[in-house]
Design a protein around this ligand. Structure first.
Ligand code: HEM
Ligand code: HEM
Ligand SMILES: [Fe+2]
Length: 463
């Protein structure tokens, strides 16, 4: 395995930053879990820890996807990146901006007054879940993303070898960038504010990001099992078409109870119930293509790719659809059922996607012929089994919560502090299991290709 174009190596910069933030995300996740058991544990409060956990998640997934794109576009366009120095600048600017934002959150956690408005703008935290970054950072992020899109677009223009994969990828990324903007409106009405904020959160993960996942799935299937371009691209168009058909109006499942007109109950319920369909197509696509495969060189890459397709369907599709009808969401809205779905969906759809892309492209970037995949499998099982149990545990907590709080009318804190305690303890234990998996992955990331491959993987038929 080796790269065709030297500038593809820039992907490794982005991956490295992503991997470090992944570790940070999971460590703070465990602190958050312990705070459910001991609320005053740690110097930073739960609100700061939670912000760090979910923002680190979003940012590392985005940087991971940027790295993956810088790898895919030169390969598909059959040329070097339009400007490597500019791509490096974009990387370092992103690192500096994100680090400043993270330090700002921590600073605010230690000194809440530090976020007092300056000329009506809060300087450290905007307080919008998942996209809490302050206004100055929003501007830097927009510039960085525009630069990123520009570099890739210019690369594509160099040779004009328009392929479906590269077009879909850049299309998804462009919509991703555009969808950041509704999160920057300020309105006095909470209803309107929430209305726009959901465009970012929902149309990202159930729209633009799923389109990107469709394009990368096609790319990965070509890479690992040598699937034919015409076939994977045809399926990609079907998947991506259905994602948009169901996902765009599916936004309605967040409009049930925020003060929007009643027709959203129908629109949201119907379209979001169909959202699992394209995700199921992706599973079928992965299985069918894999069945036809003969010589698979990169087993770790294949493993992660198929797991991504499966858990995207289970986490986003199944754990999403169970609470998406208004008749059910009326009871489950904003409970631990939501949290359970949030974890499995993000893990399956995007964590595994970025890790799959890393396992497929990193060996080539490092010029490795064959690598020992045992750490990749170990980390996969530690992470996946732990995540499944975290999700089952909090789904249980959510069921108890819905029953006691919404049906019996018990107080929120009473349920959380007494009746759900065992669930929190179990979640923290499985959280440590997940951290072990991440630790193994991080070691593997930094050592891959830097130690001799064992005889098994170096067997002639695998070379
Ligand atoms: C990869 C795709 C997806 C990701 C990453 C994802 C993630 C999330 C997250 C993090 C939340 C919590 C938001 C919050 O209130 O803070 C959420 C809410 C929700 N998701 Fe998803 N989701 C995905 C796909 C889906 C799909 C396909 C469905 C339906 C079939 C769905 C149904 C829902 C519903 C109904 C809620 C609102 C829950 C409530 O009322 O509290 N999601 N999702
Ligand atoms: C890659 C793995 C992980 C992903 C993708 C992830 C994702 C998320 C998301 C999307 C949320 C917000 C969901 C919501 O409130 O609806 C969240 C909250 C949270 N996560 Fe994670 N997380 C991961 C790992 C962990 C781990 C290992 C732990 C520790 C056991 C953890 C503990 C928490 C806690 C305690 C919250 C706050 C939940 C609440 O407000 O009720 N997470 N995580
Ligand atoms: Fe949604």
């Amino acid at each position: 395995m080796s790269i065709k174009y030297q500038s593809q190596k820039i992907a490794e910069y982005f991956y490295t930053f992503a991997v470090v933030l992944f570790l940070v995300q999971v460590v703070v996740g465990i602190i958050a879990a312990l705070q459910f058991i001991w609320p005053s544990f740690f110097i930073l409060n739960f609100n700061t820890i939670r912000t760090l956990h979910i923002n680190a998640l979003v940012v590392w997934l985005l940087t991971g996807l940027m790295g993956a794109t810088y790898y895919v576009v030169p390969e598909e366009s059959e040329t070097e990146l339009w400007s490597l120095p500019l791509a490096k600048l974009q990387f370092w600017a992103t690192v500096v901006a994100i680090t400043a934002v993270v330090l700002g959150y921590i600073w605010m956690g230690l000194n809440p007054q530090a976020n007092s408005p300056i000329m009506g703008i809060t300087p450290l935290n905007e307080g919008r879940e998942y996209i809490e970054a302050p206004r100055w950072a929003d501007v830097l992020i927009v510039i960085s993303v525009l630069l990123f899109l520009f570099i890739n677009f210019m690369t594509m223009l160099k040779t004009k070898k328009w392929t479906g994969i590269q077009g879909t990828l850049i299309g998804g990324l462009t919509v991703l960038a555009l969808m950041y903007l509704p999160g920057m409106f300020y309105t006095k009405s909470m209803v309107k504010d929430q209305f726009w904020w959901w465009w970012v959160v929902h149309l990202w993960v159930e729209g633009a990001w799923e389109v990107i996942a469709g394009a990368l799935l096609a790319f990965m299937l070509m890479k690992v099992v040598g699937a034919r371009r015409e076939v994977v691209e045809k399926w990609m168009y079907i998947e991506v078409g259905f994602v948009m058909f169901t996902g765009i109006l599916g936004t309605g499942h967040h409009y049930y109870w925020i003060g929007t007109p009643g027709y959203w109950l129908w629109v949201g319920g119907i379209f979001s119930s169909l959202e699992p369909l394209p995700l199921l197509f992706m599973v079928w696509d992965a299985f069918r293509t894999t069945r036809e495969a003969r010589n698979v060189e990169n087993r770790a890459g294949l493993y992660y790719t198929v797991a991504h397709a499966i858990f995207n369907f289970v986490g986003a599709g199944l754990w999403g659809v169970i609470h998406t009808l208004p008749q059910i969401n009326k009871w489950t809205h904003g409970t631990q059922i939501t949290t359970a779905h949030g974890h499995l969906a993000f893990y399956g759809a995007y964590v595994l996607l970025v890790l799959a892309m890393i396992y497929i492209t990193l060996p080539a970037i490092r010029g490795v012929k064959a690598f020992n995949a045992s750490r990749a499998f170990q980390s996969f099982w530690w992470m996946t089994i732990s995540m499944v149990f975290i999700v089952l545990t909090i789904t249980g907590a959510g069921m108890v919560q819905v029953y006691m709080e919404r049906l019996m009318g018990l107080d929120y804190v009473a349920v959380k502090a007494n009746y759900n305690m065992w669930f929190w303890i179990l979640r923290a234990i499985f959280g440590v299991g997940f951290l072990i998996g991440v630790g193994i992955f991080v070691i593997d990331f930094f050592r891959l290709g830097k130690e001799p491959a064992p005889a098994v993987t170096a067997a002639p038929e695998r070379l």
